[in-house]
Design a protein around this ligand. Structure first.
Ligand code: UFG
Length: 327
């Protein structure tokens, strides 16, 4: 297939692009490089440097490349930032997504994959969290993704667009071999921040709260290897013609912040000093996915479920790219 990948220069989009190309698909990356890196884009992918707000550029991308499917990664993705800057999310994320959907439908493309989020489950009643859980977006970010999920629901009914909404829990790790990995500026994610301490780029990591009702008082998250996420996208893409679908995507295992730091200490051999700070606004105590539905329907199962392997791959990337892609 020929796939238009928005955000294909970003962390997850660039790794999915490389996996698609490895499986014989063709990829057109559409990215404004506001957060992504040109060097992250697989050399065999066509590259369009443009913004989703630019309808003419988007139209030209569809006119030039006859794509069979769209994967939409390009987005602002930080829960905390969305609480401070809601219009970046309720504005840009929604209007850019809408532009993309309008051009997708106008060009008779019938397959669409959306990066959605676990931030739809702010107050889960059951753990692990299944697709049947009540949707309570935890932030303008989560709300923006939910709005896009709802648009997809209607476009399926009205226009025959087949979609998969993939709700990621905590994407982590790097492509084995250390070629592609996480490079955000500023970095806010736990594992890269902890590994920056091991690289002596920071003096310590701050644990955001140790008074949660969890086994060691720190937040529990479900870290899923980015390669396993990538495989889920590809399985979902191949299954789309059989109908639209929504999946929660995690490992099914929760790790505390302290547990992650301990694993990073074991992998790096660095003492990694940690200090306790206040809670970060908007952080739920516990988020663990049930991925039973995608396992049953698509036969997906994580190749790298162990946190140690996830951290080893992340460490390989950060050790060999201490300044990321270096741009
Ligand atoms: N944390 C710290 N110290 C830090 C950074 C993070 O203690 O310096 C803690 C957070 O409080 C949280 C955990 O580590 O409990 C993980 O935090 P991340 O910032 O790495 O990830 P989040 O769980 O906040 O968010 C991620 C993605 C979102 C997505 C969400 C879904 O960034 O896009 O997972 O679960 F919505």
């Amino acid at each position: 297939m020929k796939v238009l990948v928005t955000g294909g220069a970003g962390y997850i989009g660039s790794i999915v692009t490389a996996e698609l190309i490895a499986q014989g698909d063709h990829v057109v990356v559409f990215d404004n490089l506001s957060q992504g890196h040109r060097a992250a884009v697989h050399p065999e992918a066509a590259f369009i440097h443009a913004d989703l707000a630019d309808r003419a550029a988007l139209r030209a991308a569809f006119d030039t490349h006859q794509v069979d499917a769209v994967m939409h990664f390009a987005s602002n993705t930080l829960v905390g930032e969305s609480m401070a800057q809601p219009f970046l999310y309720l504005g840009n994320n929604v209007t850019n997504g809408l532009n993309l959907l309008q051009e997708t439908v106008a060009h008779n493309v019938h397959r669409f994959i959306l990066s959605s989020t676990a931030n739809l489950f702010d107050k889960p009643e059951r753990m692990p969290i299944s697709e049947k859980e009540r949707i309570v977006p935890g932030s303008p970010y989560g709300e923006s993704k939910y709005i896009l999920e709802r648009m997809l629901h209607w476009l399926d009914r009205v226009s025959g667009l087949r979609y998969a909404a993939l709700r990621y829990f905590n994407a982590a790790g790097a492509a084995p071999g250390g070629e592609r990995g996480e490079d955000h500026s500023p970095e806010t994610h736990l594992i890269p921040l902890v590994l920056q301490v091991a690289l002596n780029q920071r003096e310590h990591v701050t644990i955001f709260g140790d008074d949660y009702e969890t086994r060691d008082g720190t937040c529990v998250r479900d870290y899923i290897h980015v390669i396993d996420l990538a495989q889920a996208h590809i399985l979902a893409l191949r299954a789309l013609d059989e109908g639209s679908r929504t999946y929660n995507l995690g490992n099914g295992q929760g790790f505390t912040v302290r547990g992650v730091i301990d694993t990073c200490r074991e992998v790096t051999g660095h003492s990694i000093p940690a200090v306790i700070g206040p809670r970060r606004p908007g952080d739920p105590a516990d988020l663990v996915a049930s991925s039973d539905r995608i396992r049953e329907e698509l036969g997906w199962s994580p190749r790298y479920p162990s946190l140690r392997t996830i951290v080893e791959h992340a460490w390989e990337w950060h050790r060999t790219h201490p300044h990321g892609y270096g741009d």
